[in-house]
Design a protein around this ligand. Sequence first.
Ligand code: GRF
Length: 217
Amino acid sequence: MRKLKLGVMISGSGSNLQVLIDACSQKGYPAQITVVISNRPDAKGLERAKNAGIEAICIDHTAYDDRASFEDAIHNCLNEYCVELVCLAGFMRILNADFVNRWKDRMINIHPSLLPSYKGLHTHARAIEDGVRFGGCTIHFVRPEMDDGPIIMQAAVPISETETEDSLAAKILRYEHEMYPAAVRLIAEGKVRVSARKCVFKDVDLDTAGLINPAIN
Ligand code: GRF
């Protein structure tokens, strides 16, 4: 079975990386991780990758004179490992348009809000502050604008009356973990592609009653 080659980019804990590692270890899953890149040497996710026998590389942004040379190093590394799809999973550096365009429609991100609401940081606290009824998370193709791009999958998570930033983050993270492997599978199986500003789907149910759309089988 041909497997889509993934490069996962992280800056921290890497719990989303972990669910991708676990999915990829399953027989029949249509993707494999060829490299994990962190911009921070102390990222726990680097350990997770090493424990799974995956190449774990630190490209420390502080070692580069400017963003362009840092991003060139990442680009070269991704190519060296024959990466076909870049998965941003808690990668906390802004990426220049140049880099983003080189990976256009070949790079996805997970963001802890229902985009296009709550781009940027502190999404959960801002949602609670505003009294919105749902928080959530989004997986999308990456575009040069921050947290912008064709949406692949979203989950909506109800916000309770006693919700705190931490409790909401924990609830949403569970859905992130369900969605990331499922979204990568859709791409690997050729069931989603970008058309203009949107994703279009093939053989995917987009009209289910649940709170994850498309539904995960
Ligand atoms: C997640 O909440 C993700 O949505 C955001 O960064 C966090 C990464 O968490 N982009 P982890 O490192 O995968 O545990």
